[in-house]
Design a protein around this ligand. Structure first.
Ligand code: SPV
Ligand code: MG
Length: 292
């Protein structure tokens, strides 16, 4: 008998409710999803930055949301892991946000994260142009997303960019509180500080009202036990896997061009690894089983 898995939303919800922070790793296609699963990550972040980069465009709403959902489908189908989808600003108003969310749910994602910036947004780590959407307008998006779900366990994460936009701690708290009231299941408090201090300050003032999610892209030096002590629920390693691929591909192309394939072969994944990641053996076994 094969046991039914709980819904993706339920599984993500349970992970975020665990006493220790749940690590999520950024994925942008089926391959990166499988590599993350092989390494033992319990959940995936379908990263807007990474999917945009994989498509060869900027993380400034240049990819259409159908393009992004195409990649999310690949990420979802590649493993059994629950996938939290980066829904950026929701691509317009409450209606585009809820349509995106409904589609993400239909294709098997576990949750969507929406951020309170103005469309078109810019990646939080580039430049200083990060205008915030009015709180009421963004709260309306959260409510609309909540109302369109089929699975009430599907997770809606509200991300505030107040600290990224230099709007201050009070504003970050005011926004997080509004989004909690609008029906968010968790708050993603984003920071581009190199220290965890502003996150710690937020946590202290937030007083555990909803699970908190963070992406320590710039404060990656923070010892992991600090996140546990702060009671953080989800730690998103948003772009490290993609950036490692960028470094490896650049090096490989340079080496191939300058020195040829022989020195390169030593350091690249053997085809066997590729076949194993995609379970070619499983297909060979099925071939036996189903062919006359
Ligand atoms: C993403 O991965 O697209 C994110 C997280 O939004 S970050 O790029 O770290 O802001
Ligand atoms: Mg993003």
């Amino acid at each position: 008998m094969t046991g039914e898995l709980a819904s993706p939303g339920t599984r993500l919800r349970r992970l975020l409710a665990e006493p220790q922070p749940t690590p999520l790793v950024g994925a942008h296609d089926g391959l990166s999803a499988r590599i993350a699963a092989e390494a033992g990550f319990p959940a995936l972040w379908a990263s807007g930055l990474c999917m945009s980069t994989a498509l060869g465009v900027r993380d400034s709403d240049e990819a259409s949301w159908s393009d992004l959902l195409g990649l999310v489908t690949r990420v979802v189908e590649a493993t059994e892991l629950p996938v939290l989808v980066d829904g950026d600003t929701g691509y317009g108003n409450f209606n585009t946000a809820r349509t995106f969310t409904a589609r993400a749910e239909r294709i098997g994602a576990a949750g969507v994260c929406l951020e309170d910036k103005v469309f078109p947004k810019m990646n939080s780590f580039f430049g200083d142009s990060h205008a915030l959407a009015p709180v009421d307008e963004f709260s309306g998006k959260i409510r609309a997303c909540r109302d369109i779900l089929r699975d009430p366990e599907f997770v809606i994460v509200a991300r505030t960019e107040a600290l990224v936009a230099d709007a201050g701690m009070e504003e970050a708290l005011r926004r997080a509180e509004a989004y909690r009231k609008a029906g968010a299941d968790a708050v993603f408090i984003h920071s581009r500080s190199e220290s965890v201090d502003e996150i710690a300050q937020f946590v202290e003032m937030w007083r555990d009202q909803l699970p908190l999610v963070i992406a320590p892209t710039t404060y990656y030096r923070t010892p992991p036990e600090v996140f546990a002590t702060l009671g953080i629920s989800g730690v998103i390693w948003a772009n490290q896997s993609l950036r490692s691929a960028v470094a490896a591909m650049r090096r490989a192309c340079r080496l191939l061009r300058t020195e040829g394939p022989v020195p390169l072969e030593e350091e690249i994944a053997p085809l066997d690894v590729v076949f194993r990641l995609m379970d070619y053996q499983g297909l060979a076994a099925d071939q036996e089983r189903y062919s006359a």
